[in-house]
Design a protein. Structure first.
Ligand SMILES: Cc1cc2nc3c(=O)[nH]c(=O)nc-3n(C[C@H](O)[C@H](O)[C@H](O)COP(=O)(O)O)c2cc1C
Length: 349
């Protein structure tokens, strides 16, 4: 039925890369021509036709599709009858021997919907539980638990792959979609506000050697190295919080600070500028719009940007970065990335 399989994966910590690799393994055994590309900031190389199956694997962020995947799908050429399947990975966990599933919400179906509008024939969507990688929020899973979850995911992906390559249509469940629609306000808030704030919680501790690996592996090129002699990473608003930097740093120097979260909270909930604008504004409706609309949004982003810039400068003082890191929960947290997935795998040309 298909002659070519074009696999596109976005990955922070290797989970979605693993799903892509399992798909490729089976397609290869069936003698199909395979291409595998990482979804990064660069343009995707794709020439879809009726004999091609396009496979998209991606992490779930905020119960939906990460910005990077949304943008890249929007930039794809028209599908020209090519088929497509979407496999979002989600946060599986295992606590005291009990496995708990993640929730992908609209992550798979939003990507599928965009592909449909681009002229692709969507033939399957399935969420896959992989070890949760949100290490800015929680302790990384133990090797044993991670391997258990991965071992359970593999046969599901293999089954899905065989079915789709045999020409079957495979939509695993629409329950996540229903929950995802219900959670749409949360996903919207995540994509337009929370994600920007999360990117500004990252900082490099005194352990940072300035090697620049974090900047090189960032799929969105959202990290810039600053400083002449002692280089340090600076996280821009382009960051998708994929966790590659935090989990692949060889010095375990990338931290996320709760103190910064508190500072940002006060900065954004007591927007002095917006209140000032409101009191200055005579027209009530215009005042309301100014206060809670775009002005509020710009205020939030600008104040966080400036606060982070000041912090970044201050972090140049070693004792300060040492103190901030020791006061950060992530300093004591275990890191996670998919076992056997190397920097080379997640940082393709
Ligand atoms: C910022 C962020 C948000 C996340 N949001 C969700 C979520 O809403 N639902 C879920 O099941 N998993 C969520 N996860 C977990 C990841 O989707 C999951 O661990 C995924 O397998 C990571 O894949 P990757 O290693 O290919 O990036 C989130 C992870 C991060 C870092």
């Amino acid at each position: 039925m298909f002659e070519k399989v074009a696999i596109f994966f976005m990955t922070g910590t290797g989970n979605s890369y693993k799903i892509a690799a399992w798909f490729a393994e089976i397609a290869e055994k069936l003698g199909l021509a395979i291409s595998m590309q990482q979804i990064k900031r660069a343009k995707l190389n794709i020439a879809p036709d009726g004999k091609t199956l396009c496979v998209f694997t991606l992490p779930t962020h905020g119960f939906t599709t990460p910005w990077l995947v949304v943008k890249q799908i929007l930039h794809l050429p028209r599908g020209s009858g090519a088929a497509a399947v979407v496999l979002p990975s989600r946060a599986g966990t295992r606590i005291k021997g009990v496995s708990l599933p993640g929730m992908e919400g609209t992550a798979g179906y939003l990507a599928a919907c965009l592909l449909f509008f681009k002229g692709y024939k969507v033939r399957g969507v399935m969420g896959v539980d992989m070890p949760s990688n949100w290490t800015a929020l929680h302790w990384g899973l133990s090797k044993e638990n991670a391997e258990f979850i991965i071992a359970a995911a593999k046969p599901r992906v293999q089954h899905f792959t065989k079915m789709v390559l045999a020409g079957k249509v495979y939509f695993a469940s629409i329950l996540p979609l229903i929950i995802g629609i219900w959670l749409a306000p949360v996903s919207f808030g995540y994509l337009v506000v929370a994600q920007f704030m999360l990117s500004k919680l990252f900082f490099a501790s005194d352990k940072c050697a300035g090697c620049g690996l974090c900047a090189r592996i960032c799929p969105k090129q959202a990290i810039t190295m600053t400083g002449k002699r002692n280089q340090r990473p600076y996280w821009t608003y382009a960051c998708d919080s994929c966790m590659a930097c935090m989990n692949y740093c060889p010095a375990k120097a990338v931290e996320a600070s709760p103190i910064l979260a508190i500072v940002f909270y006060y900065l954004t909930t007591i927007p002095a500028a917006a209140y000032l604008l409101n009191s200055l504004c005579k027209d009530e409706l215009a005042g309301l719009l100014l206060n809670w609309g775009i002005v509020q949004y710009i205020y939030i982003l600008t104040s966080i940007f400036l606060a982070y810039l000041i912090l970044h400068t201050t972090l140049g003082w070693r004792y300060f970065s040492m103190l901030l890191s020791r006061l950060s929960h992530t300093y004591y947290f275990r890191r996670y990335h998919a076992p056997d997935v190397t920097v080379k795998d997640i940082n393709r040309k």
